[in-house]
Structure formats: C-alpha cells, structure tokens
Design a protein around this ligand. Structure first.
Ligand SMILES: [Fe+2]
Ligand SMILES: [Fe+2]
Length: 195
C-alpha cells in the first residue's frame, strides 16, 4: 500500500466536518462537491493531523492554519472572478474555478507535519513537490482534469503554467492571501516585497 495517501470517503461525521470547515464547498455542484469532500477527507485521514484545524499552511508561516488560507483564497478568487466578469466580460467556469480554489493546497495537509510548536516536512511523502502530490490525489478522487491541471501547476515554482482565466484568478487570489499570512509571520518576506 502506498504511504503517500489513500482515497477514503470517511464517515458522515468526518464529511460534515470538512463541509463545515470550508463553507464554499456548499456552492459547488453536488457531484463535484462530493468528490471535493472525499479528497479533503482523504488528505486529512492520510495525514499526521488529528483535526482539520491542526493543518499548517506553510513552513514559513507555521502559526497560520491551512483552513484559513483555503477559505481566504476561495473568497478572494470569487471576488476577483466576479470583478473580471463585470468589468472585462471575462467568462470563467465557476465550478472549475471554485473547486481549484478550495483544493489548490490540499497536499499541504500531507507535506507538512507538526513537531512540537514547529512545522516540518513529512518524510513519508517521498519528496514530491507541492502541487504535484495534490494533483495526483485529486485525479484519484475523480476530480475533473481541469481541476487536476490547475492544482498541479499553480505554484510559483511550477515549470508549466496553465493559461486559462481560472489559472489567472487562482494565482492572484492565492498570492494575495498568502502574503497576508507571510506579513504576520516573523522573519518571512511576503512575495510583494521580494526583490
Ligand atoms: Fe500552493
Ligand atoms: Fe495557497
């Protein structure tokens, strides 16, 4: 059996916890929502974290919660998408965008573990890059190829970038929310201040 993760539907209580922790999951079409919930339950139950709240966002912002970052990226992405449509008539696939916003950092649940008050890379994930491990999990959980590609290429260090409007919105929503967490973290320079 792979040590990376296992796809598990979880029990009804675990599925309710995931849905309550990320309220915008309720805005996805039902079929997509169930797959997204299964993906999050799988990441959670395959991780070292006993609760969703324990999942850290970043090695560079150990006190910030992955749940907060995820919800903030989802909120910011919907705001940006609404503006792009109203101002520039940019049509986006709302379901694909929202799924990607809610799932883009799912593999951080697996890549990081807590060691006391610190956050450290989890050695059991075979050194896979952020984004790639998430894309693998999402493909196996049955998410659409567009969501898999958006998540697999969303990082600032990805050698391949998706060129659709959903990738554009995900990128800026992610960096906007990320820099909020980085501004709060001691000793971490936010992206917008890097030279
Ligand atoms: Fe990310
Ligand atoms: Fe992110």
């Amino acid at each position: 059996m792979s040590a990376l993760y296992a796809i598990r539907a979880g029990d009804p209580g675990q599925r309710r916890e995931v849905t309550a922790a990320m309220p915008r999951l309720a805005e996805l079409a039902p079929g997509l929502r169930e797959k997204a919930v299964t993906a999050w339950v799988s990441a959670w139950l395959s991780s070292t974290h006993s609760t969703l709240e324990q999942m850290p966002y970043s090695l560079q912002a150990p006190d910030y919660r992955l749940l907060d970052h995820t919800n903030e990226v989802a909120d910011a992405g919907i705001l940006l998408a609404d503006y792009a449509y109203a101002r520039w008539s940019v049509a986006l696939d709302q379901d694909i965008l929202l799924a990607a916003l809610l799932l883009h950092d799912i593999d951080k649940a697996l890549l990081y573990t807590r060691v006391g008050t610190d956050v450290a890379p989890d050695p059991s994930r075979a050194g896979l890059p952020h984004g790639v491990l998430g894309a693998m999990l999402l493909k196996e959980a049955g998410l659409p190829d567009q969501v898999v590609a958006l998540v697999g290429t969303h990082t600032t260090t990805s050698p391949v970038r998706n060129d659709g409007p959903e990738a554009w919105v995900l990128h800026y929503a992610d960096l906007f929310a990320c820099d909020h967490a980085f501004r709060l973290a001691t000793g971490t320079v936010p992206f917008f201040q890097r030279v």
